[in-house]
Design a protein around this ligand. Structure first.
Ligand SMILES: [Zn+2]
Length: 268
């Protein structure tokens, strides 16, 4: 089959490099080749080996390209995981003084500890109630514990920040597309949406919120929603469809009651 006869001679240099002998081999794809026998074992088809290296190189190159593109996009979108000002918010420095706060702290710790299961079930948390009772603190601590424990990703946005960021994809000079903006909100393992209901949302805003929450729901990715309103008013500011999505998969509702920590600190 092959035109040039196999050279099965072992030269001096090869011998010094550990080649003991050569013998004829056959590859189904590339035909005859010289099998190189060393103490450690024998070689396979050199053309197959080259093809495998080429294929691997292509995969590596693509992976590098994707990593570069992803980090570039992340910078562009300003998708910081958790804002610096929340990085020091931990379970340990959450001041749980009332039974209500102790209960909510315990639920959040438990959620973080079992996040792999909650992630698989797409189980969300809705935190509602009195301003200044540490909802954002506990949500940030939960996200921090999850990132530390599992290496999964978490993103924090206020409703206003999220909308602004999606609007940033409109127009001719936008540096990212609307699809990319949505992807960066839907793809993280955990998304925290804070300040829900701070302002009365427009139809556009309700639709946008639903797209994000529903996109995450369809991929079974958990979302933590934080609002100063009571749970039964959440439908007005988030839309009933979104609230339904958050409830699916035994969503967890945490009500924060009591004296506002912020107000108390200021001496009221
Ligand atoms: Zn081959």
């Amino acid at each position: 089959m092959t035109s040039n006869p196999l050279n099965l001679e072992v030269c001096d240099i090869e011998r010094r490099l550990g080649v003991i002998a050569k013998q004829p081999g056959n590859c189904d794809k590339h035909g005859q080749f010289a099998v190189i026998i060393r103490k450690q074992g024998q070689s396979g088809c050199p053309d197959c080996a080259q093809e495998a290296r080429d294929a691997q190189e292509l995969i590596d190159q693509q992976a590098t390209q994707e990593r570069i593109a992803a980090s570039r996009l992340e910078r562009k979108l300003g998708a910081s995981l958790i804002p610096r000002r929340f990085m020091d918010k931990t379970f340990a420095n959450y001041r749980a003084e009332t039974d209500n706060q102790r209960h909510n702290l315990a639920r959040c710790k438990q959620y973080a500890e079992q996040f792999r299961q909650h992630r698989a079930d797409g189980r969300c948390i809705v935190m509602t109630g009195t301003p200044g009772t540490g909802k954002t603190h506990l949500a940030a601590a939960t996200a921090g514990a999850i990132m530390l424990r599992t290496g999964m990703t978490a993103v924090y946005r206020t409703v206003a920040g999220m909308l602004q960021y999606i609007k940033g994809s409109y127009g001719n000079n936008a540096e990212y597309t609307e699809a990319q903006a949505f992807a960066s909100l839907v793809e993280p393992d955990l998304l925290i949406i804070d300040e829900v209901g701070a302002t009365k949302p427009s139809e556009f805003e309700l639709a946008t919120l639903f797209n994000v929450i529903n996109g995450r729901y369809e991929d079974q990715r958990p979302t933590i929603v934080i609002s100063n309103l009571d749970f039964d008013r959440l439908g007005e500011v988030l839309g009933d469809r979104s609230v339904d999505r958050l409830r699916e998969g035994r969503g967890i509702g945490l009500v924060f009651k009591g004296e506002s920590e912020r107000l108390r600190k200021e001496g009221f």
